[in-house]
Unconditional design. Structure first.
Lengths: 154, 154
DNA sequence: CTCGTTATTGAAAATTATTTTCATTATGAC
DNA sequence: GTCATAATGAAAATAATTTTCAATAACGAG
């Protein structure tokens, strides 16, 4: 809900980190920033070409990887079509995806899982280092049209 | 922790459901059942050939899809290599994966997320239908050798 | 047990997704 | 502006998955 980094900020952060500020990167970052849902690389490419007509799909992949690496976006997994990419705004948020319109909102969630983690650590002897949580459902607008019934979980 | 379906049971369930009990299917089910971690299709294929030398990778894919469809196995997602498949034993369990040895254990977890869900529903207006939760860490045996540091989350 | 129907299979080809290579280009420091 | 080189895009390579289709094997009927 709270937008923490603007498109502009991400770019300047990358610049400070030593990356060159190119047209292609600017286009991809802008597309991700303006999207209100997850996008697949091909979709990012299509959108990005509007801002940078010469951009190639390869560069989209490379830029997405860069943005994942630096924590600005995150991969979203599905039963079918892996993978989509969505903006990360919260330091440790999770993604809630509408299966109707693919709108993606981020929710805070560091604390809620702590007790579960602790218990699992104790029960299993594992040291838990990270977790992946995705919620799927229908946004308010899509609830009247419950299309595409599709299970999640893997 | 509680094994609910034996390899034999899965096969007879499938038979009751109208599927033919073939060598290939038996081999794949057996491999999945005997594995103590997640496996990728290629790995399932390699193992299955030991029981059914003529089995093709295509049939492995088909059988895995069948088993997912009927809820006997589930896909596991990773940063890199999507996807692995792991045995599902609990009615609504989640998977805990060791990043060292890929050992996969299932944990119960129907109730733990209920409060979070309720809150998110209220806050976002979404109707939440399902969720994907994967935990990643190091099992007891792998803790002394913290190899391959690798983040999770998507 | 044999036969006949047909679901299932495997090989090969086709798709789709992603990565690598490499010559060219554009960015940013000076 | 000039220069060094990080970054790019096209094409090829690789990986992952699906489709096609003729051959096969499962299994119920007889
Ligand atoms: Mn995935
Ligand atoms: Mn659950
Ligand atoms: Zn929606
Ligand atoms: Zn381990």
């Amino acid at each position: 809900m709270t937008k923490t980094k603007s498109s502009r900020q991400i770019l300047s952060d990358l610049k400070s980190a030593g990356y060159r500020l190119t047209q292609s990167r600017a286009a991809v970052v802008r597309v991700i920033d303006e999207a209100n849902g997850w996008l697949r690389p091909e979709q990012v490419h299509a959108q990005a070409k509007k801002h940078c007509p010469s951009i190639g799909l390869v560069t989209v992949y490379r830029t997405l990887a860069l943005l994942v690496e630096h924590g600005y976006i995150r991969r979203i997994h599905f039963d079918d079509k892996c993978h989509g990419y969505a903006r990360v705004e919260l330091s440790h948020g999770h993604h809630l995806v509408c299966r109707g319109c693919s709108q993606t909102v981020e929710i805070a969630g560091t604390e809620d899982l702590k007790p579960l983690m602790k218990q699992v650590q104790k029960e299993t002897g594992f040291v838990i280092e990270d977790h992946l949580l995705e919620l799927v459902g229908l946004c308010r607008e899509c609830q009247p049209n419950p299309t595409r019934p599709r299970s999640r979980h893997g």
